[in-house]
Write a protein that binds this ligand. Structure first.
Ligand code: C2E
Ligand code: CA
Ligand code: CA
Ligand code: CA
Length: 279
């Protein structure tokens, strides 16, 4: 039994070593990804529910790995978050997206908001206000067209500072959205305490609409509650016409999802902006 235990220990140890090694490899490569110009910003269009007009875009990072191809964020964001590399990546995404969107604005394509994800780490360790001030000043992108997406769990961490930071950002005209709304350990009271602009209903509530009676009730309730607090509502992960019809009838303001478009490269998004309103 002892030998068996030792063998098992050795096995786990080897497996663990493999996992740790793979992770270190990702970390080491990720460290250089920014300098080597391997990161890209993709844009997922956001639409007004009634008109299907594009009203915004969410910036979503991609890693164009030299040998592994285009890597989606699920494979590296957690490593970036755990190592603090997310600060550098987040700042890069903010600057890069602001620069691109400022260019579109200068070409007259200016009827949209740029939404950028803010990681919990950035929020707790970084100087968000400074990053935003610097990105908008450097690129000329108007802060009034910038929305920052934050998850509920980030809010619950350091409440006092969150309110202070939000107020400072909103004084600059920046909008604040709660991402993945309904999935965190949220207390609804924060909706009253924090200065917010938008609730993004998590995809998990949308995917089984309109059949799932519970999800339908929850979605309707979130929309009604948000509106009574003067917040806008965006539904995430809309994949079917039936879901969109439900959301339109429920008076949801905006949506994004594969039904209309996944996240696409800057060039493709520019084409959509050019035909926007003529859809
Ligand atoms: P998220 O912020 O909730 O972003 C939405 C994710 O849902 C995106 O995945 C998007 O491609 C995907 N999605 C959009 N519409 C649909 C749909 O109709 N169906 C389905 N099944 N999925 C849809 P993506 O780009 O792989 O990003 C995953 C997550 O990685 C993001 O979730 C976000 O938490 C994180 N992330 C991405 N870019 C950044 C970034 O620049 N900074 C930070 N901190 N996190 C990021
Ligand atoms: Ca998001
Ligand atoms: Ca989300
Ligand atoms: Ca469900």
């Amino acid at each position: 039994a002892k030998a068996e235990g030792r063998a098992r220990y050795k096995f786990f140890n080897q497996e663990l070593t493999k996992i740790v090694r793979a992770r270190l490899e990702v970390e080491a490569e990720l460290r250089h990804a920014i300098n080597k110009n391997e990161l890209l910003v993709y844009y997922q269009p956001q639409f007004e529910t009634n008109s299907n007009i594009i009203i915004g875009a969410e910036a979503l990072v991609r890693w164009a790995h030299p040998s592994k191809g285009l890597i989606p964020p699920i494979h590296f964001i957690h490593v970036a978050e755990a190592t603090g590399l997310i600060s550098a990546i987040g700042t890069w995404v903010l600057n890069s997206a602001c620069q691109q969107c400022a260019l579109w604005f200068s070409q007259g394509l200016r009827d949209f908001t740029l939404a950028v994800n803010l990681s919990p780490y950035q929020f707790l360790h970084g100087d968000i206000e400074q990053s935003v001030a610097s990105a908008t000043a450097k690129t000329g992108f108007p802060a009034q067209h910038l929305e920052l997406e934050i998850t509920e769990s980030t809010l619950m961490d350091r409440e006092f500072d969150a309110i202070k930071i939000f107020n400072a950002l909103r004084a600059r005209g920046v909008r604040i959205a709660i991402d993945d709304f309904g999935t965190g350990y949220s207390s609804l009271s924060y909706l009253k305490r924090f200065p917010l602009d938008t609730l993004k209903i998590d995809r998990s509530f949308i995917s089984d609409l309109p059949e799932d009676a519970d999800d339908a009730a929850i979605t309707q309730a979130i929309i009604a509650m948000a509106h009574s607090l003067r917040l806008k509502v965006l539904a995430e992960g809309v994949e079917t016409e039936q879901q969109l019809k439900f959301l339109r009838e429920a008076d949801c303001d905006f949506y994004q999802g594969f039904l209309r478009s996944p996240a696409i490269c800057a060039q493709d998004f520019e084409q959509l902006l050019k035909v926007n309103k003529r859809l």
